[in-house]
Design a protein. Sequence first.
Length: 570
Amino acid sequence: MSPFYVDETAGSDETGQGTQAAPYQSLALAVYNHGESAAFQIRKAPDAAYDEPTQSALKKAKKNAGGIEKKKKKQEELAEREAKEKSEEKERREKLLEDSKKIVLVEDASLPKATKIANLTDLRSKRVRVFGWVHRLRVQKDIIFIVVRDGTGYLQTVLSGRVAQTFQALTLTIESSVEVVGTLQEVPEGKTAPGGHELIVDYWQVVGSAPGADDAFTNRLNEKSDPSIQADLRHLVLRGETASSVLRLRAYLLSAFRDALVSESLMEVTPPCLVQTQVEGGATLFKLDYYGQPAFLTQSSQLYLETCLPSLGDVFCVQESFRAENSHTRRHLSEYTHLEAELAFINFDDLMAHIEEIICKTVDSLLAHPTASALIKQLNPNFVAPARPFMRLSYVDAIKWLNDHGIQHPKEDKDGNAIKGEDGQVIMVDHEVGDDIAEAAERQMTDIIGTPIFLHGFPAELKAFYMKKVPAPDGAPHVFTESCDLLMPNVGEIVGGSMRIADMEELIAAYKREGIDPEPYYWFTDQRKYGTCEHGGYGLGVERFLAWLANRYTVRECSLYPRWPGRATP
């Protein structure tokens, strides 16, 4: 009879088969598997020779083999008991579900009309009916806690007794839509719930069920989901507390902006989005066929706003703008909400003072509004209203500041591509007057200074054709403009503004210099022909402002359905 092999160092009781190639690790298991009368060979280490076990080792192994037998029997008994319990639980669950189908809830004929969750505070101790979606679901013994969401807020509802025993209750899933009816009560002392109250349900029903199992809401989307999946499922992301809070704050923000602008005697107008003229340069236009004619999605409504000044006075609009820039930074969108305004009979200082006033009035209004203020505190707990006056920093002084603080930018070739050295690293150089200050350097400067900054007086070659220029000595290397960008910490530029060219001949010369055919702009040129005046305006990126206010990392979080290069879904 062939012996069974045991190697106490290199053998294995999990994978060993008792052969020389696959020995056991313990003599006890060998005895247990093959009986006491079998022949055994054992060694202490792989480099030692196999030998018969001693009598004392064999005796000890026999004793331990008995322990293995007892342990195995115990495991088998345990497994059998668990299988039986699982089977009984399954039967109990199936019976419970079957019995639950027999329970029919009857609605009270004296039901009150449906109530929005936001308006419940004054209805405590009264019977109310609410419609919404299952935001959270928790089962505790025989009680089911459901947090219902209806878009105005969240309400904790409590199902117990018969209403918690129905088939719908036992199979309820996250994001199902429901109708719940009951008495609104203040939560017991020491407990918490949204609004400080909960609904003790006496009648309810599922309006629209959501799937469970593999297609359950939390399986399709959760906080660890890849950003591309979150973008594809933006319609579901919106149901989350953070995303919905950002959009709710956005609504209050737009309302506050409108109130601030109207309080400064500006009138809202609605310019077209389909245009045949450019504002910020042809390279960033989305072109389309408009009944056989070339047309574009607007980059800015500024030119149209200027035409309103003689008839309506100072005006503003809240309109979508489109930029065909292949930019993937965290502050760029291909489609964004553009708040723009134009003001007549002002100077450059008036323009910056107006922008500062609108920004501060809007923030003060939001902080004074209980709901908006709570949203800001939720999203950005450390938010502090900006101090006035905002810092004024000229472009020339900003170049000096960047160089004094060792903030450089990549050296570029004539096509704007970064130049690399022999070691393959991008060559960094100091800033010079005439450079377009890059986003990264601009934001670094703003974050270090830590307060809102009006960066003003940019070179004309960096700005749009319509901006008013500051007189310069003959032969000066640069002509500067009466223009400004408002920079905010953590975001960078949120407002761009300037005084506009008021003289018709100067505007004609600007067309020529930029290679722009003046014919399509006849209506814009006429503003200088029929009673010109000094005027200026600005554009504010709503998503950027909201990103600053709510401390969002990217403006993509601040749009309902953000669009950026390659993304137009859903």
